[in-house]
Design a binder for this molecule. Sequence first.
Ligand SMILES: Cc1cc2nc3c(=O)[nH]c(=O)nc-3n(C[C@H](O)[C@H](O)[C@H](O)COP(=O)(O)OP(=O)(O)OC[C@H]3O[C@@H](n4cnc5c(N)ncnc54)[C@H](O)[C@@H]3O)c2cc1C
Length: 444
Amino acid sequence: MTSRPANLWFEQVVADGDPLVPRPALDGDTEVDVAVVGAGYTGLWTAYHLLRGDPSLRVLVVERQVAGFGASGRNGGWCSALFPASPAKLERRHGPAAAAAMGAAMRDTVDEVGKAVAEEGIGCDWVKGGTVTLARTPAQLRRARASAGYLDGAAASALVGAARVLGGWFTPDCARVQPARLVRGLARAVERRGGRIVEGTTASSVGPRRVVTDRGVVAARTVVRATEAWAAHLAPRSVVPVYSLIVATRPLPGSFWDGAGLGGGQTFTDERHLIVYGQRTADDRLVFGGRGAPYHWGSRIAPAFDGDDRVFAGLRSAACDLFPALAADDFTHAWGGPLGIPRDWYAGVGLGADGLGWAGGYVGDGVGTSHLAGRTLAALILGRDDPVTRLPWVGHRSRRWEPEPLRWLLVNAGLRLMTLADHEERLTRRESVLASTLSRALGG
Ligand SMILES: Cc1cc2nc3c(=O)[nH]c(=O)nc-3n(C[C@H](O)[C@H](O)[C@H](O)COP(=O)(O)OP(=O)(O)OC[C@H]3O[C@@H](n4cnc5c(N)ncnc54)[C@H](O)[C@@H]3O)c2cc1C
C-alpha cells in the first residue's frame, strides 16, 4: 500500500505554480465597508458578488491560514444542486411553492458557478456531467425506482461500470470540479475586482461591526461570518464539525476506464446510507470519499483528524468493491477535512439588523450552495431586490446543538447508526428501520 496522507488537490495546485504561500497578514487596525471572515467558497463568493454589484466597496477577507485551506480546498468536487434539507422537509415547513423555488435556485446555481468559472477564466476541470446514483442491493433498488431519472441495470452500468449494479438514477444537475483550483482561482478573481484578502490572520471574535484578530481590529459596517465547520468555535453549538475523508488513485490506464466508464464527467455515488461520493478526475484518477470518521469531543478541529486509517481502509475497500479491477497499490493519496452540520440539518444564510451576516451549515453540500449564499448575502448587503433573498433558507437559524457529553453521544450514535443501517439492509433486503428512525429524528 503506497497511500500517504496528502491532499491531491493541493498537490496539483502547487504543481500548477501556485505554491500556497500565505498572502500578507493584516497589518494593524483598519476600517472597511464589509469584512468577511473565512476565505473558502462562502466568503469568497460573497466578496465576489459584492464587488460585481458595487466595485467601489472596500471589501476585506480575513483568513487564518490560506484561501481554500478549509473544506473548499479538500472536497469531493461535486458542484451539485443538492441542498441539505430535503425537498419534502422544505415543503412541509414552507409550502410547495417555496420548496420548488429553492430547488430551481439550486439547479440554476450549478450553471451560475459554471458561468463565473468561464468568465473569470478559472481552470478547475469543470465538466457538467451530472450524477449517477447506483443501486446495488434490493433495498437500494427500491429507492432508485422511486427517483426521477430511473435507470435500469444495463443503463446504469453503461454509465458507471461498477460491480453488481442492479439499477440507479441520473440527474444532470451536477458538475465535476477540481475544488482547490476553483477556490484558489476565485480568490484571485476577488483580488482582480479590488477585494483585499489577508491570510495568516485569526479572528478571535466576529461580532456586529467589529472583527477582532491577532493582527488588529477591523471596523466594518457589515461583518460576514463564513467559517463553516469553525463556526462551532466562533458561534458555539451552531454547527458540529464532522469529518469527511477521501482516497484517490494514481492516473488509471484506459483499460481500466474502458470498463469503469464515467467518460462524460459524471460524478457517482450509490444509495447506501453512510454517504460516499466519487469522480473521475481530468487526469483519469478515481477520487472516492465518504463519512464515517468519528466526531471529536468538544467539537475539536485538529490537523490530526484529517486522517483516520480505519476510514481510509474502509474507503479503499469500498472503492475496490465497486471497481474490482482496482488494486491496493493504485491508491496514492488520502486526506480529509471538517464540514459543518447544523442541529436540524438545514443550511442557512442571513443578515441581521445589526449588520452581522452569516452563511453555512451545508452538511456536505456546500460547493454549489455557497455560491447561492454569496449571491444572497451580496444582495442583502447591497439592499438589491434579487428573488434569491426570498428563498426559504434566508434568515433560517437552526436550534443549537446540545452541550457535551450529550452532543458527543448523539453525533457518534448517528454516524454509527448510518453504518448499521447499511448492514441491516444487506441482511434483511428491506428498507432500513434504523435509517428511517434517524431521518425522522432529524425532521425528515
Ligand atoms: C472531505 C470533504 C468532501 C466534501 N465533498 C463535497 C462535495 O463533493 N460537494 C459539496 O457540495 N460539498 C462537499 N463538501 C462540503 C464543502 O466542501 C463545504 O460545504 C464548503 O467548502 C464550505 O465552504 P465554506 O467557505 O463555507 O467553508 P470552508 O471552506 O471550510 O472555509 C472556512 C474558512 O474559514 C477559515 N477560518 C476558520 N476560523 C477562522 C478564524 N477564526 N479566523 C479567520 N479564518 C478562519 C478557515 O481556515 C477556512 O479557510 C465536502 C467537505 C469535505 C470536508
